[in-house]
Design a protein around this ligand. Sequence first.
Ligand SMILES: [Zn+2]
Length: 424
Amino acid sequence: MGKPIYVLAPSGKPLMPTHRHHKVWYWLRTGLAEVVRREPFTIRLKCATTEYTQPVTMGVDTGSHTVGVAAIANEEVVCQAEVHLRTDVSRKLTQRRQYRRNRRSRKTRYRPARFANRGRSRGWLAPSLRSKAQATVKAVHLLASLLPVYQITVEIASFDTQKVQNPEIQGVEYQQGQLQGYLLREYLLEKWERKCAYCQAQGIPLQIEHLTPLSRGGGSSASNLAIACEPCNRRKGNQTASEFGYPEIQAQAKTPLRDAAHVSSLKTAIVTQLQEQLGAKRIAITYGYETKYKRIQMLALPKSHANDAVAIACEIGERVKPASIIYQIRCIPRGNYQLYNGKRSEHKVWAQRSLHGWKLYELVEAKGVVGYIGGRRVKGAFVLKDVATGKTVLEVTPRKLHRLARPVQGWVIQREEVRTSSPV
Ligand SMILES: [Zn+2]
């Protein structure tokens, strides 16, 4: 089965997507429909139809570099995308500030002092974070404009402090592969700062470890559990932590995690904006441990932002058919502070807006490589960059380029066939 084609009613309201490509081509050929968007392929019907829709649920995996979005209808993933956020905002503002400082020392004779009349409104975010929050909200609006999205779920933290409810005393049953086990694991990872309690190793697979082993009467509440790497866990074997030479770990485990899992200002801003724009009823929140449980235990999907979004969108116990297409979307700047400045500016305009008919950020293909135009060399070569990673993949003469798409709405959008790989 091919990619779904998104269908809009004559009013522009989204309808259910279709897989019947022949029908769509017939509609387009006979003028019963028109194309409104190439990627993701969307048509608008020109004749009245029944506006019957089924509820589509959507999941948003927020992040500081990559955002995953996915929509599910009828136990099938109907849209899946990864949005790569801009990371250059902070650098660009520094650059602008430097230009401004230079210009003022050069040109402005007198400026009254203004340092004391600046204020920050409530809910203020740093510009780099604001750009990320806005891009995430924009991605949600994109999917909501293609599909009749009913419910939107956003992941806001790794675990819910309310649900843990003092695991130190109560003890959440520790069992690998259970939802409660995932909750406890996230709690312990936060408590032990995602490091091995013994050797402080980071960024390696970590295990849950019983300080007093089960075989010697140790319990499974959080006060007897720590996080350890596999070598340490194996070396410790059947010893208690004190016998292993770490009495302080045993004491540390007794202290519960205080005020755990704060929600970052970025995620708060995203949820607030979505609630304001789409209605508080339609926005639900979820936690990372649930996502992880659903992704691994129920869906058996490999780790990626787009797959996390699928896990966020679906219910516990729901089986969904994965999508065959993932859209890679890169957020791009719509202008450049220095490149296209005016006649009277100090700097000479040295870079043309377009060269040999090509502009920056166009999606192109050359020598079998697909990428976007990310730069131009003085000698005439164009630099192709990968949409998903932003890394340079090829330098090529413009004669070899084939245009695939131009950027729209500040996005470079690339369609990607899903690679089949085993779950991790
Ligand atoms: Zn270790």
